[in-house]
Design a protein around this ligand. Structure first.
Ligand code: AFP
Length: 342
């Protein structure tokens, strides 16, 4: 009989069992992340009720010190990571530097702090105050150094080296989407049971879509190739599903999640003002690129696969074009033509 109630933990453990040499540490680490996100989800849902928004340092009605939600999410995730015993460093979009973690479990051969975690604790946080979906993005790498607290070398690895990545979207329900290189799977939080339950296994993004997501307010700052591509999407040609619909929330996780399920291309290009784009390679682009590729989609900076960009610093930015394969390829063609014209 099929188990209708596959929990996130059960799913990752079953995946890990395919590898007899696996120690179970990655499953435990992912379970820690899921737990932290349940705690964050609770606070996100309460945010409208208690006056915790935007007032770091003030007191709430219970006389407790209140924190902004993004600070709170960062604290919860870093605390869970520091105490779990599976990682040697944590990197957060909220922190200037990486946080090396002492190996307190050195005597325990089952917990060997062999992983590194990167987080964007609460992406889209400028949307919190207006009830728009926001999310947590994470990715996991294996350390390259042998022992002790992690180093910058451990933290600055190419996206191809990720062993797992995912996000949690706090929307009409709380959904966790992850990959460990064996497809992309989604779990919906059942608040009454307190578990993420499997809701969508082996997600495949449509090869071609009818939707584009971009902040068109930046149009006048874009390159000519980018302008031409967006104009092309708006032309009428029913055989190629044009004009495309425009959908832009301004919360990357929410825009990405919709496009992953329905098909679409999300774009945040470089422009005359932000010459390197806006989004962060390590915290946003790499994890979502790992997921999209696992779902059969494509991701690039316009010229190069995102996952093959060698990171130079933790907060490095990158242009990002991500989503349905044929749409991303078409965008790359427009950008290549622009280059050839120069
Ligand atoms: P915030 O965390 O400051 O809201 O930024 C969100 C974000 O990093 C990403 O989630 C959005 O896709 C993108 O920025 C939106 O940027 P624009 O407001 O420039 O369109």
């Amino acid at each position: 009989m099929v188990n209708k109630f596959t929990t996130f933990y059960r799913h990752i453990v079953e995946q890990e069992r395919k590898y007899p040499e696996a120690t179970g540490q990655l499953s435990d680490l992912l379970a820690d992340i899921a737990l932290a996100c349940k705690v964050i989800s609770l606070e996100v849902n309460r945010a409208g009720l208690i006056d915790i928004l935007g007032f770091t340092g003030e007191e709430n009605v219970q006389g407790e010190q209140v924190k902004k939600l993004d600070v709170y999410a960062n604290d919860v995730l870093t605390h869970v990571m520091k105490t779990g015993g599976h990682i040697c460093a944590v990197c957060s979009e909220e922190e200037v530097n990486f946080i090396p973690i002492e190996d307190k479990f050195v005597e325990n051969k089952y917990v060997t702090n062999k992983y590194i975690c990167h987080f964007d604790p609460l992406d889209g946080s400028s949307n919190i105050d207006v009830n728009v979906s926001i999310g947590t993005i994470f990715s996991v790498y294996k350390r390259v150094t042998k022992s002790g607290p992690g180093s910058l070398e451990d933290c600055l690895q190419m996206g191809t080296e990720q062993v797992a990545a995912g996000y949690v979207i706090y929307g009409s329900s709380t959904v966790l989407v992850y990959t460990n290189g064996e497809g992309v799977h989604a779990f919906t939080l059942d608040p009454s049971v307190g578990e993420f339950l499997l809701s969508n296994e082996n997600i495949v993004i449509p090869k071609k879509s009818k939707t584009f997501s971009v902040n068109e307010g930046n149009y006048s700052k874009w390159s000519s190739g980018m302008k031409k591509y967006v104009s092309y999407l708006k032309e009428i040609e029913p055989e190629s599903s044009r004009p495309y619909s425009s959908r832009y929330i301004g919360s990357l996780v929410a825009d990405f999640h919709r496009n992953l399920l329905y098909g679409g291309i999300f774009m945040y290009p470089a422009d005359h003002k932000n010459k390197k784009g806006k989004l962060r390679l390590m915290y946003e682009a790499n994890p979502l690129s790992f997921i999209v590729e696992q779902a059969g989609g494509r991701s690039s900076n316009g010229e190069k696969r995102i996952l093959e960009i060698g990171p130079e610093n933790l907060h490095q930015r990158t242009p990002l074009f991500i989503g349905s394969t044929e749409d991303v390829i078409m965008l790359e063609k427009f950008l290549a033509e622009e280059k050839n014209e120069k």
